[in-house]
Write a protein that binds this ligand. Structure first.
Ligand SMILES: Nc1ncnc2c1ncn2[C@@H]1O[C@H](COP(=O)(O)OP(=O)(O)OP(=O)(O)O)[C@@H](O)[C@H]1O
Ligand SMILES: [Mg+2]
Length: 523
């Protein structure tokens, strides 16, 4: 039997992962916010140096970490998170978010170096500057000897010596520690060396047409965003606010942010975690508030689902909400968002997890969130922004959502569309009837009474007594025309009969054409 051989991963793989992993500055900041959560922080403050954007800082009042822990982390424990092995338990029943040990370096995406300082609950406080090498990926590809070094003392496999490679992704220097917080403990990261493209693009976004300064109350900011088609219109700064507010494990603007108490229990749970995120003093909440739609909302709570998939448990719950007859605004709120440990994975997915039926414009009326209570983490890609869509657990979530969309949500939406169009038709024919009555009253200069038709009478019957005109309309069933034209046919026939009451044939003709044109004007 052939002997099986082990497969080893090269260090370069991890070095690649330490850089340029996230899709936007908000995703990188989301990782730092998640670290604050995992450190039992109650408040996280992000400052962007608005309107200059020359520096971004993030500070939390969590448990912090010590100089020794920091040194250990830098000396080879990047990519080796100990949060799960340590069975870390957090305050207020918070689930632990961190898993990989690479999230923190994501900040390198917006800066060349950053300062980090922490005042820990236990251990020695520290301050350090961390510099991550530029052009990391290119240098890795080229085996740049400055960062890729082979050590001869490698493993011996099959009598062959395989060197171990060590990769530097950057360097740090410890700095004198100065107290930076009035809290008992906490951590601060200052990206003071942000890439010029970052500052520039954020600054430019402030000058863009349509830019509005964000209000001081998030609830009002949500209103502003609900009036644009896309956040693109508001620019990078607003996008950052929106993306962070959508991604972080924070409460809603209010318990009734969604109709029919859809998120009541989730909002309560999120409140109980006692975790706040502020950006430039603005306290964020989820960027959704659906209310006051004239056509109402079709809602579908997804009660907790539990499945065993290849022996692994998957639990989730959530909601779907359809804003009847009106697109969800902004576009970024359309579709379905998946959250693991209450943190958004990517953004709202307008494809509704690759839903394969074409529901036309109706799919633009839908928004929904799925909270994964257990499982699915293995389906998560390292960027924490996307899933392996072929993972069986992802498939199970997808299947359930699609079943509900196809079997419950959209059928109800179609039924409501029918009801609305019947109601609209009734209202229109009512309005037309009263306009018609007015024409008759004007023409006869008297009172008009319209009586319902008798079955099978194909002609209008007009009775004039003094200044009073009584009209019995032809029965719609008896009129052999298309349904949509029966009402106008009955009106024309009536006007014809009315003109026939004139004396000369010239007057009859004139009267009819006058009334007919008047009728069309009112229709
Ligand atoms: N704000 C913070 N407060 C306390 N400790 C922190 C903070 N930020 C980072 N750390 C420490 O640095 C380590 C590395 O963080 P990093 O985000 O890179 O990894 P992780 O959170 O363990 O896993 P993941 O990559 O999945 O986020 C953490 O495990 C933690 O010990
Ligand atoms: Mg982390």
């Amino acid at each position: 039997m052939p002997r099986s051989n082990k497969i080893y991963v090269h260090e370069k793989a991890l070095a690649h992962l330490s850089r340029g992993l996230y899709r936007s500055p908000a995703s990188a900041l989301r990782e730092l916010v998640s670290n604050a959560w995992d450190a039992n922080a109650r408040v996280v403050r992000i400052a962007t140096n608005y309107p200059h954007f020359l520096q971004v800082s993030i500070e939390d009042n969590g448990d912090g970490f010590s100089k020794d822990e920091f040194k250990r982390l830098m000396a080879g424990n990047i990519g080796n998170s100990d949060k799960r092995p340590r069975n870390l338990t957090l305050i207020n029943n918070r689930p632990v978010i961190g898993r990989l040990g690479i999230g923190m370096l994501g900040i390198a995406q917006i800066c060349g170096s950053f300062r980090i300082m922490s005042s820990p609950k236990d251990g020695e406080p520290f301050a350090a500057r961390v510099r991550l090498y530029d052009l990391m990926k290119e240098r890795l590809d080229a085996d740049d000897p400055e960062i890729v070094q082979s050590k001869q003392t490698g493993d011996q496999i099959d009598n062959q010596q395989f060197p171990i490679t060590e990769i530097d992704v950057g360097e740090y220097t410890l700095e004198p520690y100065e107290p930076f917080t009035e809290n008992k403990s906490g951590t601060r990261i200052i990206a003071d060396d942000v890439h010029p493209t970052f500052s520039q693009s954020f600054r430019e976004s402030l000058n863009a047409e349509g830019f509005e300064e964000p209000p001081l109350i998030w609830r009002k900011a949500v209103d502003v965003m609900a009036h644009v088609h896309s956040l693109q219109q508001l620019g990078d700064y607003w996008k950052l606010l929106w993306e962070l507010s959508a991604a972080c494990p924070i409460p809603y603007v209010s318990t009734d942010a969604l109709p029919k108490a859809l998120i009541k229990a989730d909002d309560k749970r999120l409140q109980e975690y006692d975790f706040k995120v502020l950006v430039d003093s603005l306290e964020l909440a989820k960027p959704i508030y659906l209310k006051g739609n004239p056509g109402g909302y079709t809602t579908f709570p997804i009660e907790e689902q539990e499945r065993m998939i290849y022996g692994r448990k998957l639990r989730f719950h959530g909601y779907l909400a359809v804003q009847e007859g009106r697109q969800i605004k902004p576009d970024e709120l359309r579709g379905i968002m998946i959250r693991i440990k209450n943190v958004a994975i990517g953004y709202y997915d307008p494809s509704m997890l690759d839903y394969k039926f074409n529901e036309g414009p109706r799919s633009r009326w839908l928004t929904g969130e799925i909270y994964i209570d257990e499982g699915l983490e293995d389906a998560l890609n390292v960027d924490r922004d996307s899933f392996n869509r072929f993972h069986p657990q992802f498939r199970a979530v997808q299947q359930h959502i699609h079943k509900v969309l196809r079997g419950n949500v959209f059928p109800e939406v179609y039924q409501k569309i029918d009801e609305r169009s019947v109601a609209k038709r009734d209202a229109r024919s009512e309005a037309r009837l009263s306009a018609f009555k007015e024409i008759l009253a004007e023409a006869t200069d008297g009172k008009v009474e319209i009586e319902p038709a008798e079955a099978n009478v194909e002609f209008p019957i007009l009775k004039r007594t003094g200044r009073k005109l009584k009209v019995q309309l032809p029965s719609e069933e008896a009129l052999d025309t298309r349904k949509s034209q029966k009402q106008i046919a009955a009106a024309i026939l009536t006007l014809y009969e009315l003109s026939m009451l004139e004396k000369s044939s010239e007057a009859k003709r004139r009267r009819f054409s006058e009334l007919l044109l008047r009728l069309f004007r009112s229709w």
